[in-house]
Design a protein. Structure first.
Length: 171
């Protein structure tokens, strides 16, 4: 939003690159989390991983689609149609919310995870699902800004940094 107002030409390429990088990097964290949780509930942990990998790859593909259009715009852009790969953020936000929620549930039930980290995971899952639902029902609504800002600037970074620290500690 800041770039859209201050440097409109850089906004789409910037968020597109962030979608690509975020998708790829989150897949690493989710595989590591699956590795830690897979013995406690193998089928559910695998489902959480699969949904998370779809979300990560869908986010990267969505970013790649937007970046391709920003770099070499089509002659007749269809700006009112949802992205065919990730309609209204179904993968980027909806599936990601399901995956983070499922892994948080596993962390709650199995393992010695810090409870505040689990609560941050549940908050992230709810915010991601809220973002998807708002984008699905009223795509251009400013109502998406509050949950998106809270998730994007606070909850999501806290979740992944803290999760990374816990995964590095092992145990």
């Amino acid at each position: 939003m800041v770039l859209a107002r201050t440097a409109p030409g850089a906004a789409t390429p910037s968020y597109s690159l962030l979608l690509i990088l975020g998708g790829l990097l989150s897949s690493l964290a989710l595989v590591a989390l699956w590795e830690r949780q897979r013995e406690s509930s193998p089928a559910f942990a695998l489902w959480a991983l699969a949904i998370g990998l779809f979300a990560a790859l869908g986010s990267a593909a969505h970013g790649g689609f937007d970046l391709a259009n920003a770099i070499n715009a089509p002659s007749r852009p269809a700006t009112d149609l949802p992205n065919q790969i990730d309609p209204r953020g179904m993968l980027t936000f909806g599936f990601a919310g399901l995956s983070v929620g499922a892994f948080s549930l596993l962390m709650w039930s199995h393992g010695a995870w810090p409870r505040p980290l689990v609560y941050v995971g549940f908050a992230s899952a709810l915010l991601l699902l809220a973002i998807y639902l708002v984008r699905l029902t009223v795509p251009s609504s400013p109502a998406v800004l509050a949950p998106a800002a809270l998730e994007g600037f606070i909850v999501n970074p806290v979740w992944y940094v803290w999760l990374g620290r816990e995964l590095r500690r092992g145990g």
